[in-house]
Design a protein around this ligand. Structure first.
Ligand SMILES: C[S@@+](CC[C@H](N)C(=O)[O-])C[C@H]1O[C@@H](n2cnc3c(N)ncnc32)[C@H](O)[C@@H]1O
Length: 208
């Protein structure tokens, strides 16, 4: 392993060991500047593009669909959605440092600092589409956050999320999705890194 790969793995490991929102702010403040290089160039994370592609596949009219990107980070989901023709994307994230980088890319209409683990307000809620990558993961956001987010989904709206296996199992997502007023369009376990082991659920729901 070379130095940049060591650093990227160390940063990923540190993020996965986060426990709680205050620690998340600190860890992402320190990771923000090298996040894109570490995650996409070095670690070759693919889950972000996969979930954006799935949202696109199930969207009838991307151009007129307002999307909320939850845990938007530096904006990688929005970059992919824009490629697919989405034009109106709002982002929320806990980390001001990650949001600053997202802002500099001019991909989002509005960016809001919010903690998914608490109920939060969005002026334009409910949304016809919600997407999230890398946020329903160890030490970040689980079932409570999922319910907080689902509350912002319009009837008939689409929600596309990557949910890491430990969160899926630990927070009993099988039961959670059975109890939601929603139809499951996609639920498959896949690798979120190039050549990696299957480690997360790619979940797409339509709210009834
Ligand atoms: C692994 S990054 C994923 C970023 C982006 N979606 C991507 O695919 O590159 C996880 C993001 O979740 C955010 N996050 C962590 N805990 C959060 C919380 N409780 N509420 C909102 N965002 C949170 C972090 O600040 C970080 O930007």
């Amino acid at each position: 392993m070379n130095g940049s790969s060591d650093n990227a793995r160390r940063n990923l490991k540190r993020a996965r060991a986060i426990s709680g929102s205050n620690e998340a702010r600190t860890v992402y403040a320190e990771w923000a500047a090298s996040y894109d290089r570490d995650v996409f160039s070095t670690l070759k994370v693919t889950g972000t593009d996969t979930i954006a592609d799935l949202l696109h596949e199930h969207s009838a009219d991307p151009e007129s669909t307002r999307v909320l990107d939850a845990g938007c980070g530096t904006g990688a989901v929005a970059a992919r959605l824009k490629m697919h023709g989405f034009t109106c994307i709002d982002g929320i994230d806990l980390s001001p440092d990650m949001l600053k980088i997202a802002h500099s890319k001019r991909l989002y209409r509005h960016l809001t600092e919010a903690d998914l683990n608490q109920p939060f307000d969005m002026p334009d809620s409910p949304y016809p589409a919600i997407v999230s990558a890398g946020t329903f993961t160890t030490g970040h956001v689980g079932a409570n956050g999922f319910h907080n987010l689902f509350a912002h989904l319009k009837n008939d709206g689409l929600m596309a999320c990557v949910v890491a296996n430990p969160v899926w199992q630990g927070d009993r997502f099988n039961r959670l999705i059975d109890d939601l007023p929603a139809s499951v369009l996609v639920n498959r376990v896949e690798a979120t890194m190039q050549d990696g082991e299957p480690d997360a659920h790619m979940l797409v729901l339509r709210r009834n």
